[in-house]
Design a protein around this ligand. Sequence first.
Ligand code: PMP
Length: 368
Amino acid sequence: MTESQSADLPLRDELKGQEPYGAPQLTVRAMLNVNETTYDVPSEVVDAITQEVRSAAQTLNRYPDREFTTLRRKLAAYLTGESGADIEAPQIWAGNGSNEVMQHILQAFAGPGRSVMSFPPTYSMYPLYAQGVYSRYIAGTRSANFTQDPHDVATQIRERRPHVVILCSPNNPTGTALSLEVVEAAYEAALESATMVVVDEAYGEFRQPGTPSALTMLADRPRLIVTRTMSKAFALAGGRLGYLAAAPAVTDALRLVRLPYHLSAITQAAANAALDNAQTLMANVQRIKQQRDRLVTELTAMGLHPYPSDANFVLFGGLQDAHAAWQHLLDDGILIREVAIEGHLRVTAGTETETTDFLDSLRSHLNG
Ligand code: PMP
């Protein structure tokens, strides 16, 4: 029981007895549990961020640019280069992590008396976002091996008629990427029921070659939103900058629910500097993808069942006692993620050394 529960506060009824969301934050030799980039921020990027933040500090007596004009321009240019889609600054919205961006979406398009649908196993914050805005959460279902079939997704949306549907691609915790056919089928079904379609591409930069981003579908689809974050590929989890691209009318609607000056001048400065150095930061994405593919190969060789991954982590099953394996790894200084799927664990692809340490420790557990 948390302190707030025992203090007998007049808490909202639906929050009573609940635990706050959050994975363990432990300092051990390999922290592979929350899908961060485990490489240090390169020193030239640290210098660039420091310089921008220093300059922002000189005008901290003033409120920040509430339209984050420079940041929007840089994010639009980055997305255009990354996806091949033509994205303009008025299509961009940003917040303190894609968590906040998603909250803005639900505040504007869900809310009391409305519903939010996603397809578990998926990012476990989705039901909590829904609860936070007093919306009903609808759990859809997936096909074999956690994939999603266009016809099945469309049928579920037609039957349930949610106000907002969230597709997660690549999906956390399974690593599954969606083909554009799935997004297209979801969108067509959603149009019939006035549903907004959100594609959460928090892990978009790690997708396998040949998998296009849903950003390429934005043109002429006014009810489609694609969310991204700088927490993963940009190695900026501590900077808290998430964003989305959508039709300008959508970003306009989100202004109605944001708090005044929600993006601090310090946050904007750090993100601008990171975007100026995107190429340097992205150099590690390729290395992480190699370790991700290596995890799949080596876990298979160990007789376990990893799922194909387009993200910077791998879900694997085939464990007799997942908690015992997790504990063995932690005792060895390697922290990975327990998930709500029996016999399964999720591991973030780290550096080559971290990956080797993880595989060696797991092997010794299985042979032990
Ligand atoms: N979406 C997904 C699928 C995630 O896994 C995460 C973080 N684990 C987020 C969104 C939120 O990330 P952030 O708020 O750091 O941008």
